[in-house]
Write a protein that binds this ligand. Structure first.
Ligand code: UDX
Length: 449
């Protein structure tokens, strides 16, 4: 216990990982190039919304067990260097941008203390990377002459539950070097680092580098496929008068299928699923096995088609032309319990409605202020009531509790025309219809059962 750890990159992944490693009893330094972010973290303030993170930051920054810096020299003493930087989609291409990972490796090579006989040093990659990256990084580390070991240790945290997912993960994966003598050293260091969750019985899967890298993208591809599958069924339901929510409920009782990730609606977004499936396809192409992943192109296409469908529904609701129509957009983040706007289906839909001449009023409990800063062209009132005022259509795009619990009868007098588009299939159609609204679901037909 009580290892010295560095975490390179303090975004959604790194900041949470750093705080959780401190909670597990380690002495942690988080490194990032973003001065503003580090200034906040150093005061124990979370730079983004994440349940449980403020408490951990406050506790461990105060105790001195957790510190943050922009000075790479401060990572030198660490025995494990975690790489938690972003791998965003390259501009205009499917593949991942590896700039930050490469910079992180260069920083470690330059600043990490070389290992000593009784004190090996490990780099543990957590970022989602194209398969083959670990092998290349291991070669760079070997070439540096510092004899630092590499393991790949992918992260499966969900935003909104990131602290819980890191402290009590549903599995831990180690990708270890082929040389077992070296691999055993890496494993021992990671076992020490994760002693608490391992002692609690968390399943551990040990594999080689490519397997560990693939586990992450395979998991995200599977989740994306599940969502696009149910969204494809939603299209069938729309064409036939079926109700995709009943369909999902019914197939989900088969525990080989399960109920999770069968929520049809405007589709998946966020900083991971969309870019990960695209980077995976790009990498498969480079490896000459693109056919193995052609289905992911369809998964992506089905997903993007949901956004078109939501726009079509808005058009239908206003009787054709969107110009000058007032649309209240409830929720703009890619999912609730986060302020993350990366690849948000809601933001994409809203932007496209705006471009077609609709007058938007957007509210979001977490990202309203961020949107106001980033998109001064959009109207972002403070309250739901202001957004609903005089609306021709109301679109629920992110299922925040405060919006899913709205009373349709109570808010009816606020709007001009009572049209509700339920972009996440979370409202009770009958209840809204009974209150006088025209209800549009995503694949719920006109079912009365
Ligand atoms: C995801 C993975 O779940 C996580 O394991 C990985 O580490 C990172 O990527 P996250 O991006 O936080 O996590 O979001 P997630 O909860 O998976 O949701 C992704 C998107 O799918 C959201 O836009 C969500 O609204 C959408 N979604 C989810 C659906 O449209 N339907 C569903 O049934 C579930």
């Amino acid at each position: 216990m009580d290892m010295r750890i560095s975490v390179i990159g303090c975004g959604y992944l790194g900041a949470v990982h750093a705080a959780c490693m401190a909670e597990l009893g380690h002495e942690v330094v988080g490194l990032d190039v973003d001065e503003a972010k580090i200034a906040k973290l150093s005061q124990g303030i979370a730079p983004f919304i994440e349940q449980g993170l403020p408490e951990l930051l406050e506790k461990h920054v105060a105790s001195g067990r957790l510190r943050f810096t922009t000075n790479p020299a401060e990572i030198s003493e660490a025995q494990i260097h975690f790489i938690g930087v972003g791998t965003p989609q390259q501009q205009g291409r499917l593949g991942a941008d590896m700039t930050y990972v490469n910079q992180a490796v260069a920083t470690i090579i330059e600043h990490a203390n070389p290992p000593q006989a009784d004190k090996p040093v490990l780099v543990a990659g957590k970022s989602t990377v194209p398969v083959g990256t670990a092998e290349a990084i291991a070669a760079d580390l070997a070439a540096s002459g510092k004899d630092i070991i590499l393991a790949w240790n992918p992260e499966f945290l969900r935003e909104g539950y990131a602290v819980q997912d890191t402290l009590t993960p549903d599995r831990i994966v180690y990708g270890l070097p082929e040389d077992h003598a070296v691999g055993d050293v890496a494993k021992a260091l990671l076992d020490e680092c994760y002693a608490t969750p391992l002692a609690a019985g968390t399943p551990l899967v040990v594999a080689n580098y490519p397997t560990a890298e693939l586990v992450k993208v395979a998991a995200n591809s599977f989740l994306a496929t599940k969502i696009s599958f149910i969204n494809a069924m939603a299209e069938l339901c729309d064409a036939t008068g079926g109700d995709v929510t009943r369909l999902a409920e019914a197939i989900g009782y088969d525990d080989r299928i399960g109920h999770k990730f069968l929520g049809a609606g405007i589709g998946f977004g966020g900083g991971c699923l969309p870019k990960d499936i695209r980077a995976f396809m790009a990498r498969a192409g480079e490896l000459g096995v693109d056919q193995a992943l052609t289905f992911l192109r369809e998964v992506d296409t089905i997903n993007l088609r949901r956004r078109d469908h939501a726009i079509n529904l808005a058009e239908e609701a206003v009787g054709g032309r969107l110009v000058g129509k007032k649309i209240a957009v409830l929720g703009i983040t890619f999912k609730p319990d986060t302020d993350d706007l990366r690849d948000s289906p809601a933001l994409d839909i809203a932007s496209r409605l705006w471009a077609r001449g609709a007058e938007l009023a957007i509210v979001d409990p977490a990202a309203g202020h961020i949107l106001r800063e980033r998109r001064p062209d959009l109207t972002v009132p403070e309250t739901v009531e202001e957004a609903l005022d005089g609306a021709d259509v109301v679109m629920l795009l992110t299922p925040w509790k405060e919006y899913t619990q709205l009373d349709p009868a109570e808010i009816l007098p606020l709007v001009d025309t009572p049209n509700i588009i339920d972009g996440r299939n979370v409202l009770n159609p009958q209840q809204w219809a009974d209150a006088g609204w025209t209800y549009y679901g995503m694949g719920r037909g006109v079912a009365t059962w």
